[in-house]
Design a protein around this ligand. Structure first.
Ligand code: GTP
Ligand code: MG
Length: 319
Protein backbone atom coordinates (compact mmCIF):
# COMPACT_ATOMS: atom_id res chain seq x y z
CA UNK A 1 0.00 0.00 0.00
CA UNK A 2 2.86 2.34 0.71
CA UNK A 3 4.25 2.23 -2.82
CA UNK A 4 0.87 2.74 -4.39
CA UNK A 5 -0.02 5.64 -2.11
CA UNK A 6 3.26 7.38 -3.02
CA UNK A 7 2.51 6.94 -6.69
CA UNK A 8 -1.02 8.24 -6.24
CA UNK A 9 0.40 11.36 -4.57
CA UNK A 10 2.80 11.93 -7.44
CA UNK A 11 -0.11 11.89 -9.88
CA UNK A 12 0.64 8.54 -11.51
CA UNK A 13 -2.50 7.59 -13.45
CA UNK A 14 -2.05 3.83 -13.34
CA UNK A 15 -1.55 3.93 -9.59
CA UNK A 16 -4.66 6.08 -9.29
CA UNK A 17 -6.73 3.63 -11.35
CA UNK A 18 -5.48 0.79 -9.19
CA UNK A 19 -6.18 2.73 -5.98
CA UNK A 20 -9.76 3.33 -7.05
CA UNK A 21 -10.20 -0.38 -7.74
CA UNK A 22 -8.87 -1.11 -4.26
CA UNK A 23 -11.28 1.27 -2.54
CA UNK A 24 -14.09 -0.03 -4.72
CA UNK A 25 -13.51 -3.54 -3.39
CA UNK A 26 -13.52 -2.28 0.17
CA UNK A 27 -12.09 -4.28 3.06
CA UNK A 28 -8.85 -3.92 4.98
CA UNK A 29 -6.74 -2.98 1.94
CA UNK A 30 -9.08 -0.12 1.16
CA UNK A 31 -9.01 1.10 4.75
CA UNK A 32 -5.23 1.20 4.90
CA UNK A 33 -5.01 3.07 1.59
CA UNK A 34 -7.47 5.69 2.83
CA UNK A 35 -5.54 5.91 6.10
CA UNK A 36 -2.30 6.54 4.22
CA UNK A 37 -3.72 9.27 1.99
CA UNK A 38 -6.35 10.90 4.18
CA UNK A 39 -4.16 13.87 5.13
CA UNK A 40 -3.93 14.82 1.45
CA UNK A 41 -7.67 14.89 0.83
CA UNK A 42 -10.52 17.35 1.24
CA UNK A 43 -9.29 19.97 -1.21
CA UNK A 44 -11.28 19.51 -4.41
CA UNK A 45 -14.53 21.12 -5.46
CA UNK A 46 -16.93 18.19 -5.76
CA UNK A 47 -19.74 18.67 -8.25
CA UNK A 48 -22.62 16.21 -8.49
CA UNK A 49 -24.48 15.96 -11.78
CA UNK A 50 -27.65 13.94 -11.53
CA UNK A 51 -30.85 13.33 -13.51
CA UNK A 52 -32.88 10.71 -15.33
CA UNK A 53 -31.34 8.44 -17.98
CA UNK A 54 -30.60 10.13 -21.28
CA UNK A 55 -31.17 13.77 -20.32
CA UNK A 56 -27.65 14.59 -21.49
CA UNK A 57 -25.62 14.45 -18.27
CA UNK A 58 -22.50 12.98 -19.88
CA UNK A 59 -22.64 15.40 -22.79
CA UNK A 60 -22.97 18.22 -20.29
CA UNK A 61 -20.10 16.92 -18.17
CA UNK A 62 -17.95 16.69 -21.27
CA UNK A 63 -18.63 20.36 -21.94
CA UNK A 64 -17.85 21.20 -18.30
CA UNK A 65 -14.50 19.44 -18.61
CA UNK A 66 -13.68 21.81 -21.46
CA UNK A 67 -14.50 24.80 -19.22
CA UNK A 68 -12.23 23.47 -16.45
CA UNK A 69 -9.39 22.89 -18.85
CA UNK A 70 -9.64 26.47 -20.13
CA UNK A 71 -8.72 27.46 -16.58
CA UNK A 72 -6.04 24.80 -16.42
CA UNK A 73 -7.85 22.96 -13.62
CA UNK A 74 -7.19 19.23 -13.30
CA UNK A 75 -10.59 17.56 -13.51
CA UNK A 76 -11.81 14.04 -12.80
CA UNK A 77 -15.16 12.42 -13.53
CA UNK A 78 -16.69 9.51 -11.65
CA UNK A 79 -19.68 8.07 -13.49
CA UNK A 80 -21.60 6.22 -10.82
CA UNK A 81 -24.45 3.91 -11.74
CA UNK A 82 -26.08 2.54 -8.61
CA UNK A 83 -28.53 0.39 -10.54
CA UNK A 84 -25.94 -1.65 -12.44
CA UNK A 85 -24.29 -4.70 -10.93
CA UNK A 86 -20.62 -4.40 -10.08
CA UNK A 87 -18.51 -5.24 -13.11
CA UNK A 88 -15.07 -4.22 -12.00
CA UNK A 89 -15.31 -0.60 -13.07
CA UNK A 90 -15.38 -1.04 -16.83
CA UNK A 91 -18.91 -0.29 -17.92
CA UNK A 92 -18.22 3.07 -19.47
CA UNK A 93 -19.72 2.05 -22.84
CA UNK A 94 -21.94 4.74 -24.31
CA UNK A 95 -22.90 6.09 -20.91
CA UNK A 96 -19.78 8.18 -21.25
CA UNK A 97 -19.45 10.76 -23.99
CA UNK A 98 -16.17 12.26 -23.00
CA UNK A 99 -13.89 10.74 -25.58
CA UNK A 100 -12.71 14.17 -26.65
CA UNK A 101 -10.57 14.32 -23.53
CA UNK A 102 -8.99 10.88 -23.45
CA UNK A 103 -5.53 12.16 -24.43
CA UNK A 104 -5.55 15.06 -21.98
CA UNK A 105 -3.37 14.24 -18.96
CA UNK A 106 -5.28 16.75 -16.87
CA UNK A 107 -8.49 14.75 -17.21
CA UNK A 108 -9.31 11.44 -15.52
CA UNK A 109 -12.55 9.56 -16.19
CA UNK A 110 -13.74 6.49 -14.40
CA UNK A 111 -16.99 4.59 -13.93
CA UNK A 112 -18.18 2.85 -10.79
CA UNK A 113 -21.10 0.52 -10.20
CA UNK A 114 -23.04 -1.01 -7.38
CA UNK A 115 -21.38 -3.45 -5.03
CA UNK A 116 -24.53 -5.18 -3.91
CA UNK A 117 -26.09 -2.86 -1.39
CA UNK A 118 -26.99 0.78 -1.36
CA UNK A 119 -24.35 1.94 1.05
CA UNK A 120 -21.62 0.13 -0.87
CA UNK A 121 -21.44 2.40 -3.82
CA UNK A 122 -21.83 5.55 -1.75
CA UNK A 123 -18.98 4.47 0.52
CA UNK A 124 -16.77 3.57 -2.43
CA UNK A 125 -17.57 6.94 -3.99
CA UNK A 126 -16.38 8.84 -0.92
CA UNK A 127 -13.09 6.96 -1.00
CA UNK A 128 -12.66 7.20 -4.76
CA UNK A 129 -13.03 10.97 -4.44
CA UNK A 130 -10.25 10.90 -1.85
CA UNK A 131 -7.94 9.01 -4.18
CA UNK A 132 -8.58 11.63 -6.87
CA UNK A 133 -7.93 14.49 -4.46
CA UNK A 134 -4.70 12.92 -3.27
CA UNK A 135 -3.67 12.67 -6.90
CA UNK A 136 -4.12 16.40 -7.40
CA UNK A 137 -7.50 16.71 -9.11
CA UNK A 138 -9.00 20.09 -8.27
CA UNK A 139 -12.47 19.55 -9.67
CA UNK A 140 -14.26 16.22 -9.29
CA UNK A 141 -17.53 15.68 -11.12
CA UNK A 142 -19.74 12.81 -10.01
CA UNK A 143 -22.31 11.81 -12.62
CA UNK A 144 -25.15 9.64 -11.30
CA UNK A 145 -28.04 8.24 -13.27
CA UNK A 146 -31.54 8.46 -11.91
CA UNK A 147 -33.23 10.24 -9.09
CA UNK A 148 -33.96 7.52 -6.53
CA UNK A 149 -32.77 7.17 -2.95
CA UNK A 150 -29.31 5.77 -3.68
CA UNK A 151 -28.66 8.42 -6.33
CA UNK A 152 -29.59 11.04 -3.80
CA UNK A 153 -27.13 9.57 -1.34
CA UNK A 154 -24.43 9.90 -3.94
CA UNK A 155 -25.52 13.37 -4.99
CA UNK A 156 -25.08 14.38 -1.38
CA UNK A 157 -21.38 13.57 -1.52
CA UNK A 158 -21.07 16.76 -3.59
CA UNK A 159 -20.46 20.37 -2.57
CA UNK A 160 -22.54 21.57 -5.50
CA UNK A 161 -25.36 19.50 -6.98
CA UNK A 162 -26.54 20.10 -10.53
CA UNK A 163 -29.91 18.60 -11.35
CA UNK A 164 -30.36 18.02 -15.08
CA UNK A 165 -33.80 17.76 -16.67
CA UNK A 166 -35.06 17.85 -20.22
CA UNK A 167 -38.18 19.34 -21.75
CA UNK A 168 -41.26 17.27 -22.43
CA UNK A 169 -40.23 14.24 -20.40
CA UNK A 170 -42.50 14.95 -17.46
CA UNK A 171 -39.28 14.85 -15.46
CA UNK A 172 -39.74 18.37 -14.24
CA UNK A 173 -43.20 17.66 -12.85
CA UNK A 174 -41.91 14.44 -11.34
CA UNK A 175 -39.03 16.27 -9.69
CA UNK A 176 -41.28 18.97 -8.32
CA UNK A 177 -43.65 16.39 -6.88
CA UNK A 178 -41.08 14.05 -5.40
CA UNK A 179 -39.30 16.71 -3.41
CA UNK A 180 -36.07 16.09 -5.28
CA UNK A 181 -35.90 19.83 -6.01
CA UNK A 182 -34.44 20.28 -2.58
CA UNK A 183 -31.16 18.69 -3.49
CA UNK A 184 -30.49 20.88 -6.53
CA UNK A 185 -28.17 23.86 -6.11
CA UNK A 186 -28.36 24.53 -9.83
CA UNK A 187 -31.04 23.39 -12.30
CA UNK A 188 -30.36 22.73 -15.94
CA UNK A 189 -33.00 22.16 -18.57
CA UNK A 190 -30.85 20.52 -21.21
CA UNK A 191 -31.82 19.86 -24.84
CA UNK A 192 -32.84 23.47 -25.11
CA UNK A 193 -33.16 22.89 -28.86
CA UNK A 194 -36.25 20.75 -28.25
CA UNK A 195 -39.71 22.32 -27.89
CA UNK A 196 -40.89 23.28 -24.41
CA UNK A 197 -37.49 24.01 -22.85
CA UNK A 198 -38.35 27.54 -21.79
CA UNK A 199 -41.71 26.43 -20.48
CA UNK A 200 -40.05 23.73 -18.35
CA UNK A 201 -37.57 26.27 -17.07
CA UNK A 202 -40.29 28.70 -16.00
CA UNK A 203 -42.24 25.91 -14.30
CA UNK A 204 -39.17 24.97 -12.30
CA UNK A 205 -38.48 28.60 -11.44
CA UNK A 206 -42.09 29.04 -10.32
CA UNK A 207 -42.02 25.98 -8.10
CA UNK A 208 -38.68 27.05 -6.63
CA UNK A 209 -40.27 30.32 -5.60
CA UNK A 210 -42.64 28.36 -3.38
CA UNK A 211 -39.77 26.66 -1.60
CA UNK A 212 -38.58 27.80 1.76
CA UNK A 213 -34.81 27.90 1.53
CA UNK A 214 -32.43 27.08 4.33
CA UNK A 215 -29.82 29.54 3.06
CA UNK A 216 -29.65 32.67 0.93
CA UNK A 217 -28.69 30.70 -2.17
CA UNK A 218 -31.36 30.86 -4.89
CA UNK A 219 -30.82 28.00 -7.36
CA UNK A 220 -30.43 29.35 -10.90
CA UNK A 221 -32.36 27.61 -13.69
CA UNK A 222 -30.29 27.38 -16.86
CA UNK A 223 -31.39 26.25 -20.32
CA UNK A 224 -28.56 24.51 -22.17
CA UNK A 225 -27.79 22.65 -25.36
CA UNK A 226 -24.99 20.41 -24.18
CA UNK A 227 -24.35 19.11 -27.68
CA UNK A 228 -23.33 22.53 -28.98
CA UNK A 229 -22.03 23.91 -25.71
CA UNK A 230 -24.72 26.58 -25.51
CA UNK A 231 -25.36 27.68 -21.92
CA UNK A 232 -22.36 25.80 -20.55
CA UNK A 233 -20.38 28.95 -19.77
CA UNK A 234 -23.35 30.16 -17.74
CA UNK A 235 -23.53 26.80 -15.95
CA UNK A 236 -19.82 26.90 -15.17
CA UNK A 237 -20.05 30.40 -13.71
CA UNK A 238 -23.03 29.33 -11.59
CA UNK A 239 -21.03 26.38 -10.30
CA UNK A 240 -18.17 28.68 -9.34
CA UNK A 241 -20.55 31.20 -7.79
CA UNK A 242 -22.09 28.47 -5.69
CA UNK A 243 -18.72 27.44 -4.37
CA UNK A 244 -17.88 31.04 -3.56
CA UNK A 245 -21.21 31.36 -1.77
CA UNK A 246 -20.54 28.23 0.31
CA UNK A 247 -17.12 29.51 1.28
CA UNK A 248 -18.31 33.00 2.19
CA UNK A 249 -21.15 31.70 4.32
CA UNK A 250 -19.05 29.03 6.01
CA UNK A 251 -21.33 26.41 4.52
CA UNK A 252 -18.62 24.34 2.88
CA UNK A 253 -17.64 23.15 6.33
CA UNK A 254 -21.17 22.38 7.49
CA UNK A 255 -21.94 20.47 4.28
CA UNK A 256 -18.79 18.46 4.76
CA UNK A 257 -19.72 17.77 8.36
CA UNK A 258 -23.09 16.42 7.23
CA UNK A 259 -21.33 14.30 4.66
CA UNK A 260 -18.95 12.87 7.24
CA UNK A 261 -21.86 12.08 9.54
CA UNK A 262 -23.57 10.19 6.72
CA UNK A 263 -20.39 8.36 5.86
CA UNK A 264 -19.58 7.46 9.43
CA UNK A 265 -23.02 6.00 10.05
CA UNK A 266 -22.76 4.09 6.78
CA UNK A 267 -19.39 2.61 7.79
CA UNK A 268 -20.72 1.63 11.20
CA UNK A 269 -23.76 0.02 9.54
CA UNK A 270 -21.46 -1.73 7.10
CA UNK A 271 -19.29 -3.18 9.87
CA UNK A 272 -22.39 -4.25 11.77
CA UNK A 273 -23.87 -5.86 8.68
CA UNK A 274 -20.73 -7.85 7.98
CA UNK A 275 -20.27 -8.86 11.62
CA UNK A 276 -23.81 -10.03 11.74
CA UNK A 277 -23.48 -12.13 8.60
CA UNK A 278 -20.44 -13.82 10.09
CA UNK A 279 -21.99 -14.47 13.46
CA UNK A 280 -25.24 -15.73 12.00
CA UNK A 281 -23.13 -18.49 10.51
CA UNK A 282 -20.65 -19.27 13.22
CA UNK A 283 -21.21 -17.64 16.59
CA UNK A 284 -22.45 -19.89 19.37
CA UNK A 285 -24.04 -16.88 21.05
CA UNK A 286 -26.18 -16.27 17.99
CA UNK A 287 -27.11 -19.95 17.87
CA UNK A 288 -28.29 -19.72 21.46
CA UNK A 289 -30.32 -16.63 20.69
CA UNK A 290 -31.90 -18.33 17.67
CA UNK A 291 -32.75 -21.32 19.82
CA UNK A 292 -34.26 -19.02 22.41
CA UNK A 293 -36.49 -17.42 19.80
CA UNK A 294 -37.60 -20.79 18.43
CA UNK A 295 -38.49 -21.91 21.96
CA UNK A 296 -40.38 -18.66 22.54
CA UNK A 297 -38.12 -17.80 25.48
CA UNK A 298 -37.19 -14.46 23.93
CA UNK A 299 -38.76 -12.34 21.20
CA UNK A 300 -36.78 -11.20 18.12
CA UNK A 301 -36.80 -7.51 19.13
CA UNK A 302 -35.27 -8.12 22.52
CA UNK A 303 -32.82 -10.62 21.03
CA UNK A 304 -31.69 -8.16 18.33
CA UNK A 305 -30.96 -5.46 20.92
CA UNK A 306 -28.94 -7.91 22.98
CA UNK A 307 -26.95 -9.03 19.94
CA UNK A 308 -26.16 -5.47 18.89
CA UNK A 309 -24.84 -4.79 22.36
CA UNK A 310 -22.44 -7.70 22.33
CA UNK A 311 -21.49 -7.10 18.69
CA UNK A 312 -20.22 -3.61 19.47
CA UNK A 313 -18.34 -4.94 22.48
CA UNK A 314 -16.55 -7.31 20.14
CA UNK A 315 -15.72 -4.59 17.60
CA UNK A 316 -14.27 -2.29 20.23
CA UNK A 317 -12.15 -4.98 21.84
CA UNK A 318 -10.91 -6.58 18.62
CA UNK A 319 -9.11 -3.42 17.40
N1 GTP B 1 -31.17 17.40 -28.96
C1 GTP B 1 -30.24 17.31 -28.03
N2 GTP B 1 -29.72 16.12 -27.73
C2 GTP B 1 -28.78 16.06 -26.76
C3 GTP B 1 -28.33 17.21 -26.07
N3 GTP B 1 -27.41 16.82 -25.16
C4 GTP B 1 -27.29 15.49 -25.28
N4 GTP B 1 -28.10 15.01 -26.25
C5 GTP B 1 -28.25 13.62 -26.71
O1 GTP B 1 -28.97 12.89 -25.73
C6 GTP B 1 -28.52 11.54 -25.68
C7 GTP B 1 -28.12 11.16 -24.27
O2 GTP B 1 -26.99 11.92 -23.89
P1 GTP B 1 -26.05 11.52 -22.69
O3 GTP B 1 -25.10 12.65 -22.49
O4 GTP B 1 -25.46 10.19 -22.89
O5 GTP B 1 -27.12 11.47 -21.53
P2 GTP B 1 -26.92 10.92 -20.05
O6 GTP B 1 -27.87 11.67 -19.23
O7 GTP B 1 -25.49 10.95 -19.66
O8 GTP B 1 -27.39 9.42 -20.23
P3 GTP B 1 -27.19 8.22 -19.17
O9 GTP B 1 -25.81 8.31 -18.62
O10 GTP B 1 -27.42 7.01 -20.00
O11 GTP B 1 -28.26 8.42 -18.14
C8 GTP B 1 -27.39 11.46 -26.69
O12 GTP B 1 -27.86 10.94 -27.89
C9 GTP B 1 -26.94 12.88 -26.83
O13 GTP B 1 -26.33 13.13 -28.07
C10 GTP B 1 -28.90 18.48 -26.44
O14 GTP B 1 -28.57 19.53 -25.87
N5 GTP B 1 -29.86 18.46 -27.40
MG1 MG C 1 -24.22 9.40 -18.91
Amino acid sequence: MEAISKDVLSGNRRALARAISVVESGGEEASSLVRALFAHTGRAHIIGVTGSPGVGKSTLVDALITECRKEDLKVAVLAVDPSSPFTGGAILGDRIRMQGHTLDRGVFIRSMANRGHQGGVALATYDAVRMLEASGYQVIIIETVGVGQSELAIAQTADTTVLVLMPGSGDDIQAIKSGIMEIGDIFVVNKGDLPGANKSASEITASLELNSFKTDWRPPVIVSIAETGQGIDQLWSSVKNHKKFLEQEGLLESRRLERIQAELSEIVADIARRNLKESLKSSSEVQEVLDGIIKREVDPHTAARKLIGSMFDQVSTSK
